[in-house]
Design a protein around this ligand. Structure first.
Ligand code: ADP
Ligand code: MG
Length: 305
């Protein structure tokens, strides 16, 4: 099956009023809504590196979109569309059918359109997605606004995906294969959160990016970490390793003043969230368990490390 038949059969979608020109020309054309800025990001998944080789094609399709929508969510943006650069070792039509279904299944709830891409042959399965979204001008939530006295808050649960990676077949594998981008929560944090990041490389490392960019430190309360009951039976050191240094959570970690936290609670977002610590002037990241300092050896995921 040739490149153009693959695009036509698996990726070409019906025209949409939200896209001026979609798949089929040299570039796509979209009109940003008046008063909004374009927010754009890209993320690549490589077979065996970013997902186990046993991962289903449907989950790979889903995850390749979800990790990008998570980056848009972390800015407070409303997702609009994606581009897909796909490098395939061979044309496997059953795989392509399941992959494209997973991709569109992740797009659908957020009304995200596939507007273009590139299809190539390569020895390694590699999927690069670029995502576009909008934010009212000036309202993007960056990593650099955390203030002393803010709460540190995280959505959902942390550590599930890292645990699942070591226990393939466990029910938590759903959290590894099908991360939920927290788009709705991200958007409700506009004007409320002082800084935000999505947790992809481990909570401690990703929170560290906020602390560095904001020139502040934090204390995390280990007894407050939202950890799945399946992990709570493990020794503390193991739980904290998964929750703080495990990758692939795709939860949002944000800082917020106490007043704005009350406003957030009144908005009653669907996604649960938990206060896990507070921002302080001392530049370090500290840990406490039941009020006692804890000294942890942790590391998040880094390429080329
Ligand atoms: P060009 O050679 O001008 O770069 P291509 O032949 O690569 O164009 O692509 C033709 C059209 O199909 C373009 O609109 C492109 O965005 C789209 N396209 C190619 N591959 C994909 C893909 N994997 N998913 C979605 N759209 C794709
Ligand atoms: Mg061209």
């Amino acid at each position: 099956m040739a490149e153009f038949s693959i695009i036509d059969r698996y990726f070409k979608t019906a025209a949409s009023a939200q896209v001026d020109l979609g798949i089929g020309d040299d570039s796509a054309i979209v009109s940003p809504p008046v008063g909004q800025q374009l927010v754009i990001c890209t993320d690549t998944l490589i077979a065996g590196r970013h997902f186990p080789l046993s991962t289903s094609a449907h989950a790979i399709g889903w995850k390749s979109v979800a990790v990008n929508l998570s980056d848009l969510a972390a800015m407070g943006a409303t997702p609009h569309s994606i581009l897909l650069a796909l490098s395939l070792p061979q044309v496997d039509e059953v795989w392509l059918q399941d992959f494209s279904q997973g991709l569109f299944d992740c797009c659908a709830p957020y009304n995200v359109h596939l507007i273009g891409g590139d299809t190539t042959q390569s020895p390694h399965l590699t999927i690069s997605v670029t995502a576009l979204g909008w934010i009212p001008t000036g309202q993007g939530i960056t990593r650099s606004g955390a203030q002393v006295g803010d709460y540190v808050v995280v959505s959902g649960q942390v550590g599930d995906a890292a645990f699942a990676l070591q226990h393939l077949g466990h029910p938590l594998q759903q959290r590894l294969d099908y991360p939920s981008p927290r788009c709705e929560l991200g958007q409700s944090l506009r004007g409320l959160a002082s800084s935000m990041i999505d947790v992809s490389d481990g909570l401690a490392q990703d929170l560290g990016h906020i602390l560095k960019a904001s020139h502040v430190g934090a204390t995390l309360w280990l007894d407050q970490l939202p950890i799945d009951p399946a992990l709570q039976v493990l020794p503390h050191a193991k739980q904290w390793q998964y929750a703080l240094a495990g990758g692939d959570d795709y939860e949002l970690c944000f800082t917020i003043s106490k007043d704005n936290y009350q406003r957030l609670c009144q908005l009653n977002p669907v996604t649960p969230f938990t206060i896990i610590g507070c921002i302080q002037a001392d530049l370090s990241l500290k840990f406490e368990y039941q009020g006692e300092p804890q000294f942890l050896q942790l590391s998040g995921y880094q390429h080329f490390a």
